[in-house]
Design a binder for this molecule. Structure first.
Ligand code: SF4
Length: 118
């Protein structure tokens, strides 16, 4: 039996999962889905920031539009570490299309103007 806490909503149900992936303790179907995915193919939404050349906004916050495989999180962070945004970006713009061939885009979660005085 594996013990887990469902993070799909703030209730945080305590789940018990057996070797056959039978889930108990979930108050709704999302808990079962979460437990099975977490044990067979864990994913996470990546949220982070990327350097910019803007004086006023030196970091641009970004996130993946959908969860990506958990094992790719560090590769994605490594990729973004070396990036510098040097053009204006609006909230919701795609910063990287199909990040690490996941089929999922990385999008801006705020806007940045590189040179606000021009
Ligand atoms: S099982 Fe349902 S109610 Fe319980 S934490 Fe998960 S999403 Fe929330």
């Amino acid at each position: 039996m594996k013990k887990m806490i469902c993070i799909a909503c703030p209730v945080g149900c305590h789940l018990l999962v057996d070797d056959q992936l039978h889930v108990e303790g979930n108050k709704c179907i999302r808990g079962e889905k979460y437990a099975i995915e977490e044990l067979t193919h864990p994913t996470r939404i990546l949220t982070t920031t990327i350097k910019t050349t803007s004086v006023l906004t030196p970091r641009l916050s970004v996130k993946t539009r959908e969860p990506i495989p958990k094992e790719l999180i560090f590769d994605a962070l490594h990729l973004l570490e070396g990036m510098i945004i040097d053009k204006d970006v609006k909230i919701g713009d795609v910063v990287i299309q199909n990040i690490l061939n996941t089929g999922i885009d990385l999008v801006a979660t705020k806007s940045v103007t590189i040179n606000p005085f021009h």
